[in-house]
Design a protein around this ligand. Structure first.
Ligand SMILES: [Zn+2]
Length: 416
């Protein structure tokens, strides 16, 4: 048995949103064995002194694309899978070093990447995968330029990429969802409304018929999974949650009435503010079309307001980023953006316990309790008051442990 002792830390109780008394965290064989303030001797192979600092559960980003090594999604689809995987391994490693010990991939990553991380071949966050996003013809994940008729234009790149499984009609939607289940998806991603990066769909439009949306949710539930839906407008969000979608991705244009429907239906909101901020800065230089930049302008302005509305209506809000290419480096900037609408504790809960609830992983990730994975960050400062230690993770995160394994440390410790 391997045992790691993290001594002299104040654990963040993510459920209650408060700091506990100075304690020790004992991790055995990758799992937390106990978190206790009682002074008694524990025999451990590795012992680290937290110096009275705060310990957080490893962070969760619930909307990433670990294969998005470029902002050019169409270009990605024609890249060699081997190169895509090599690029993804770097993205994964950098995410982990930013404090994210678990991520929910919102389409693109496959079971091979997930297995590579699980076996320790790649250093990275624990991966929850969606496989291909399911999209209607002309929907947000149909990346074919206007005029292209061949349906299988982008299917050469086996399990990887962000190009959708195109499905029209209840039967095809069921088949597309079942394909993702067959390939080991942990959640099903569907495109329920227009998007920014897609060439032919209006932002305010809805996608899929109600019957198709219901079929997707039904198939996800049949496999003990759930559906996450890309949607911006009140109409698209309302239809999706009424059909049984558990999490609304982005949701920038929601109003009070929509937030109330989300609350009633038990849906979560996963805003991704940092990607709009990044694209507002860089979109033009990256060669995005005027039409895309105009869409971006509409959702960018409304993103923070949507978080405020959801927060006021009591909708659970989860941390997400949705960054592409070199913009991944802005991942922790999401915390700063959220502080315009949330308290530090609310933002932290979104990246820990609330994310775990959404993913059906309560008790396993997002909290420092016995039985959970031994994912622990020890940080400078008091994250219940401000989050600069997370927005500058190189300096602010002093210790990073994933499943009991030391990833990085600048704290005094000793091996027995
Ligand atoms: Zn996304």
């Amino acid at each position: 048995m391997s045992r790691l002792l993290i001594d002299n830390v104040r654990p963040f109780d993510s459920r209650r949103g408060v700091l506990g008394p100075v304690s020790r965290i004992v991790i055995e064989d990758g799992r937390i064995a106990e978190v206790t303030a009682e002074p008694r001797s524990v025999d451990a192979a590795q012992r680290i002194d937290g110096g009275g600092r705060v310990a957080l559960p490893g962070l969760i980003d619930a909307h990433v694309h670990v294969v998005a090594s470029s902002h050019d999604l169409v270009g990605l689809a024609s890249q060699a899978p081997s190169l895509l995987v090599a690029e993804s391994s770097r993205i994964l490693r950098e995410m982990l070093l930013r404090g994210f010990t678990t991520v929910r991939d919102a389409a693109g990553a496959d079971f091979g990447l997930q297995e590579a991380v699980a076996r320790g071949l790649f250093e990275g966050p624990r991966l929850f995968i969606a496989g291909f996003p399911v999209s209607q013809t002309g929907g947000h994940a149909d990346m074919r330029p206007k005029g292209v008729r061949a349906r299988e234009m982008f299917c050469s790149c086996a399990g990887l990429g962000l190009i959708g499984a195109i499905a029209d009609g209840v039967g095809e939607v069921r088949r597309a969802v079942r394909e993702q289940v067959r390939n080991g998806a942990n959640q099903i991603k569907i495109m329920a409304g227009g998007g920014i990066s897609s060439p032919t769909d209006p932002l305010e439009g809805t996608q899929f018929s109600l019957d198709e949306l219901k079929a997707a949710c039904e198939e996800a539930e049949a496999a003990n999974l759930y559906a996450m839906a890309h949607a911006y407008s009140p109409r698209a969000v309302t239809r999706a949650v009424r059909a049984g979608v558990r999490s609304i991705e982005h949701g920038n244009l929601i109003d009070e009435a929509t937030a109330r429907v989300m609350k009633t239906e038990g849906a979560y909101l996963v805003p991704t503010l940092s990607t709009y901020a990044a694209l507002a800065d860089e979109g033009e230089r990256l060669g995005w079309s005027r039409a895309m930049l105009d869409k971006l302008d509409v959702v960018g302005r409304r993103g923070i307001e949507a978080v405020r509305i959801a927060q006021a209506e009591g909708v659970p809000i989860v941390f997400g980023t949705d960054l592409l290419g070199h913009m991944h480096a802005r991942q922790n900037g999401e915390f700063d953006l959220r502080l315009q609408a949330q308290s530090p504790v609310q933002a932290l809960q979104g990246a820990t316990v609330t994310a775990a609830r959404l993913m059906g992983q309560e008790g396993r990730i997002g909290e420092l309790t016995a039985g959970a994975w031994g994912d622990v960050l020890v940080v400078d400062g008091d994250p219940t008051r401000e989050l600069s230690m997370l927005t500058r993770p190189d300096a602010g995160i002093r210790l990073l442990v994933q499943a009991g394994r030391l990833v990085k440390s600048s704290l005094p410790g000793r091996d027995r």
